[in-house]
Design a protein around this ligand. Structure first.
Ligand code: SAH
Ligand code: SF4
Length: 365
């Protein structure tokens, strides 16, 4: 069975073959990405025999909802089941005038950051372009949103390291921002990387690409390598050089994410060093108070420390505190997936709390 999601207009034309007029592929493309059908029966622009023929050996390939967790703040966290039975997470975060979708780019992650629950999963596999874009299509439909009318932001900050699956991430981005298809503004798609330097350079060469956010998290190589083992391979000086050389578009600036961890990287010295490292770049800083969780050996700083840190950085460049979202449904990266695994293994405590909060279970297939 072939999967249609992830194919671009040219690939759909090749799939239909010579026997059909060229506009049929375009109709199929629009049905998949603009109308966002969930079944080939809904593609009424195509003749019924062509629909039947396609359905005989192809399916659309949207993810299925396995679990949904609703936070008191409106955040909805989905555990989505892929074709091969593996599970990923996608999160919907509504705000007054816009919605943000946080999507995954890999099943698990190979990087191994000590503060991140996804790390414990290891890498199971890369997602395909269709599976990456499919999360967005699913969330648009589930929440009745229309990119032409509603402000929708997509952040690749769920499971996985996007730059270790760059080809699929770029193809998914092209599909998501195509005005003839999904139609999300290219200014509203962002990827976050742990800082894979050669891949940052490669990303900069792509004509259509997401905005770049970098998980910095520390101001010295020593502390950074303690939190992010892979950082030993890419020292701060090299990472920041790649950032300086990065070809920003006229409307673009870099985002640096800085996780605040009590007693590890939250001192005034850190704040001053952060400001001086980034001061020369067209950049902003997002401070993320650590989201604690089972198995994470760190805590967030007190609110006063967070504000003091922000005040110091702000003297030099724009600096925001990322509002924690969905903490009551374990919002930190990778947590939901871990919970589901633990639950399957009959684990206890927080997990049964989560199970009680689970409001929607789809029928097993
Ligand atoms: N692999 C990429 C993108 C996915 S992680 C990256 O590391 O940037 C997305 C963001 O979630 C990263 O900034 C990461 O540092 C952050 N994150 C991971 N674990 C977290 C936790 N326990 N609390 C808060 N943020 C966390
Ligand atoms: Fe992977 Fe990002 Fe988690 Fe690090 S923080 S383990 S790179 S998902």
């Amino acid at each position: 069975m072939g999967v249609l999601l992830g194919l671009d207009a040219g690939e759909l034309a090749a799939l239909l073959g010579q026997g059909h007029p060229g506009f049929r592929a375009q109709q199929l493309y629009e049905a998949l990405y603009r109308t966002r059908v969930t079944s080939l029966d809904e593609v009424t622009t195509l003749p019924s025999d062509l629909r039947r023929q396609l359905a005989a050996d192809h399916r659309i390939g949207l993810p299925r909802v396995e679990r949904r967790y609703d936070s008191a703040d409106g955040t909805r966290r989905y555990l989505l089941r892929l074709d091969d039975g593996r599970a990923i997470e996608a999160v919907f975060m509504p705000e007054v005038s816009r919605s943000t979708f946080c999507i995954s780019t890999q099943v698990g992650c190979p990087v191994g950051c000590h503060f991140c629950m996804t790390a414990a999963l290891g890498l199971e596999r890369n997602l395909t372009a269709g599976e990456i874009a499919g999360q967005v299509l699913f969330l648009l439909r589930e929440h009745g949103l229309e990119p032409g009318r509603d402000r929708v932001n997509v952040v690749m900050m769920g499971q996985g390291e996007p730059l270790l699956n760059l080809e699929a991430v770029l193809k998914a981005t092209r599909l998501l921002v195509d005005p003839r298809g999904v139609g999300i503004s290219p200014r509203r798609v962002t990827l976050s990387t742990v800082g894979i330097v050669p891949k940052i350079r490669e990303l900069g060469q792509a004509a259509i690409r997401p905005k770049l956010a970098i998980s910095l998290h520390a101001t010295t190589d020593e502390v950074r390598a303690r939190l992010i083992p892979i950082a030993r391979r890419y020292p701060l000086a090299e990472l920041l050089e790649a950032c300086r050389a990065y070809p920003l578009r006229s409307w673009e600036r870099l985002t640096f994410e800085y996780l605040l961890i009590r007693g590890v990287n939250d001192s005034d010295h850190d704040a001053r060093r952060l400001a001086s490292l980034l001061g020369q770049l067209r950049a902003k800083v997002n401070l993320i108070p650590l989201n604690p969780g089972p198995g994470i050996p760190y805590q967030p700083p007190d609110p006063e420390r967070i504000l003091a840190f922000q005040a110091r950085v702000r003297r030099v460049l724009p600096c925001f505190i990322r509002k924690p979202r969905g903490q009551d449904v374990f919002a930190a990266c990778g947590q939901l997936r871990r919970m589901a695994l633990d639950e399957a293994a009959q684990a206890c405590g927080a997990i049964s709390t989560l199970a009680r909060r689970s409001v929607n279970r789809t029928m097993p297939e």
